[in-house]
Each structure stands twice: as structure tokens, then as C-alpha cells.
Design a protein around this ligand. Sequence first.
Ligand SMILES: *[C@@H]1O[C@H](CO)[C@@H](O)[C@H](O)[C@H]1NC(C)=O
Ligand SMILES: *[C@@H]1O[C@H](CO)[C@@H](O)[C@H](O)[C@H]1NC(C)=O
Length: 245
Amino acid sequence: MATFYGLNLFFFSFLIASGAISVVSGTVFSIVNKCSFTVWPGILTGNGGAPLNDGGFALNSGASVDVNAPAGWSGRIWGRTGCNFDGSGAGSCLTGDCGNKLQCAGAGGAPPVSLAEFTISPSGDKDFYDVSLVDGYNVEMGITTRDGSGDCENVGCVSDLNGSCPNDLRVLDGSNVVACKSACEAFGKPEYCCTGAFDKPETCPPTDYSRVFKAACPKAYSYAYDDASSTFTCVKANYSIVFCP
Ligand SMILES: *[C@@H]1O[C@H](CO)[C@@H](O)[C@H](O)[C@H]1NC(C)=O
Ligand SMILES: *[C@@H]1O[C@H](CO)[C@@H](O)[C@H](O)[C@H]1NC(C)=O
């Protein structure tokens, strides 16, 4: 029996070494802070999967952290700004807060928040990724790919949308604009949220509000049915998620 397993293992190793089959390994997300201020990344794993890096940590200006995601991982990464946490990790953030804690561990970020969204292939096929402003905007964010094959476009939102945010969508801290709400969040109307009679791409066209987001960030989702110009694919890549790219 031992020989049988040994032989199998040997044969299996041979297949891998010869390239006849490939082992699907994980994906590395390098999270980089090029902002002049500290950002507290939050990470939410989809489908009830295990959190990566406890779901959140502090990232000083100029710092970078590698996060390993298993094959088939899906979820979202965002940046929190203006946070204050005590030694036990309790505290809150001006934007992107995940329920008054440093380690989001399964909680999402409060809108308005810019999101990097990923669906990593379980089998080394195409990964899907995008930057989404469907939940609003709070910090400049970009996704770049490394060593993948296929389209692998660098995407994101690299202009300061706080500055161009329409008055009725602004989130203020004193007189500073710290985030920009989506029209759906600000007004809750079906034509902005693509709900009710507006629940299809054909009946939910861009609005003057979503066009402001699209103009500032052409390669990001500006509203729910903005698919055509906003989802990207890459095969077997690692990714950098850069704040203030
Ligand atoms: C937008 O928010 C960022 C981060 O909170 C801040 O650094 C920037 O100055 C803001 N822009 C404006 C125009 O207020
Ligand atoms: C991703 O990064 C890991 C760790 O640095 C490395 O082993 C792997 O080869 C990289 N993958 C690609 C496609 O570059």
C-alpha cells in the first residue's frame, strides 16, 4: 500500500513538473498607500468565507502590505479614512467604517466608500475585477495587475472626486469634503438605484449624477448597470490595490 501511494505521489509530482497539470495557487494582493495620510484598509470576503488578515488593519502613508487570497476567493477591499482606534482595536472612522472596529472580520464598509471588487478564478482561469463607485466615493483607488495574461487593464479612480462632488451629494467634516455619496444613497429614488421599474440596464440609463462619477473615473462602475465599460479580466495575476495611485 505504501509503495502504491509513493508511486502515485511520484507520478503526480512528475505531472506537475512536466507541466501536464498545474497546481492552482493563491493570489497576492499588495495593498499600497500612496496617500499623504494613513488609510485603514478593510477586506470583506464574499459568500461567508474566512476573512483575510482579520478584515482590516492600519496602513501608514508610503506603506505596503501583501495579503494572500486562496484560489476562488471573492470579495471587496476598501479604504477607511480619519480613523481613531484604541489599543484594543475599538474606535471609528470618518469614512468606510465597518462597525467601530479595526478588524472588520466579516463586516462591510459604510457608504460612501470606493470599492475594489474581485472574483478570483478557482481554477487558474479568468479573474474578474473592478473599482466600484456604486456605493459612493471616499478615496482615490486603483488596481494594477502583475504577470497575468489576457486583458489585464489597470483600472480605477485616480481623480479627487471630493472636489468635483455635486453639493447635494457631499459628506462634510467641518468644511472639508471627505466623501461623495451615490445619488441612490442620497435620494433613494428607483431611477438612481435601478430598482422597481428601473431594474434593468435598458430602463436604468446613466443620470447627470452618475455622469459626474464617470467623468472623474472612466474605468470605474459609476452606477449599478454600468457594466460594459467597468468589469475587467486577467488570468493568473497578482494585483496591487493602490490608494491615491
Ligand atoms: C477629499 O478627501 C481626501 C481624504 O479624506 C482629502 O485628502 C482631500 O483633501 C479631499 N478633497 C477635497 C477637495 O476636500
Ligand atoms: C504572485 O506572487 C507570489 C508571491 O510573491 C509568487 O510566488 C507568484 O509567482 C506570483 N504570481 C505571478 C503570476 O506573478
